[in-house]
Design a protein around this ligand. Structure first.
Ligand SMILES: C[S@@+](CC[C@H](N)C(=O)[O-])C[C@H]1O[C@@H](n2cnc3c(N)ncnc32)[C@H](O)[C@@H]1O
Length: 272
């Protein structure tokens, strides 16, 4: 069955749906990319037109396929200790403050690599007596698929290429035979990290206050007004004086008051 081309009105309908529901912003220039990302899925479903697919994901009882479309149109790419300067900055800050209680949020956690990297850092700091024992992390994402995987906490070894050998020994279990090449986070890290579904483009119920929030490599999907609204929503869950991180390639946070720039992609929320 030949797949019809993605026509302009259908593309506009799809772009409006994605923007209205999850804040994703697709310009006209992205039409070929969107078409090629979705084409294999349409063929798998036996659909010969993008119109039929947009009908399907607009329907009230096909949230599953809508999620699939979001997954196909975004990237879940992530790895342990991505953009390491942010982890160093957090470590220095915590070493200075020596907090007894800590709550951290990985606000677009994907498969959980970022949250477990933070958990390794906090576990090390606790062991060194530089923070107290009362610490935990929350990882949230819009995609149920990645969250399910994050709870299982099993990763291909390659994603841990920036994890030190000591941390690998201390916090990871290596797979054998059937699971060779895979690594699982140990229970003592897993029990510190909770995961839940959260759409950053909807009002956020009281989750915080958090001491630090990582909102990295997700703002790139949003247009300027959405980006600003998401940042403000997320910052409302950060305590005054807390640290806020975005991806270093995501530009500046504009129009948001009360943020002191510490380093590329790293900010401190003004004290109350
Ligand atoms: C590239 S990953 C970033 C992972 C991690 N923060 C990092 O920097 O390595 C982007 C994640 O944002 C999620 N995402 C996209 N739109 C979202 C939304 N509206 N609300 C919550 N998460 C969203 C995607 O599902 C994806 O897992």
């Amino acid at each position: 069955m030949a797949l019809q081309e993605l026509r302009e009105p259908t593309y506009v309908r799809l772009a409006e749906l994605m923007h209205g529901s999850v804040g994703l912003s697709f310009s006209v220039a992205k039409k070929p990319l969107v078409a090629s990302r979705l084409a294999p899925r349409l063929q798998r479903l036996g659909l010969d037109s993008y119109d039929a697919y947009v009908d399907l994901i607009s329907g009230t009882n096909d949230a599953g396929e809508f999620q699939m479309a979001v997954d196909l149109l975004t990237t879940n790419e992530t790895y342990f200790f991505r953009e390491p300067a942010h982890f160093d900055l957090l470590e220095a800050e915590l070493g200075r403050l020596r907090p007894q209680r800590l709550r951290l949020w990985s606000a677009a956690s994907s498969f959980g690599d970022e949250a477990y990297s933070l958990a390794m850092l906090l576990a090390d700091l606790q062991q060194a007596g530089r923070i107290g024992a009362d610490w935990s992390l929350l990882g949230t994402d819009i995609s149920e698929r990645v969250l399910h995987s994050a709870v299982g906490a099993v990763y291909p070894e390659d994603r841990l290429r920036h994890v030190t050998p000591e941390r690998l020994r201390r916090y990871c279990l290596r797979g054998t035979e059937g699971s060779a090449g895979l690594v699982q986070m140990q229970a003592r890290l897993r029990e510190r990290v909770a995961f839940g579904q959260l759409n950053l483009c909807r009002p956020i119920e009281a989750l915080g206050p958090f001491d630090a929030v990582f909102l990295r490599n997700v703002l790139i999907y949003f247009d300027a007004p959405t980006k600003q609204a998401v940042v403000e929503r997320v910052l409302s869950q950060l305590r005054p004086g807390g640290l806020f991180f975005i991806g270093t390639a995501e530009g500046r946070v504009s129009g948001v008051a009360g943020l002191e720039v510490l380093a590329p992609g790293a900010f401190r929320k003004a004290a109350a």
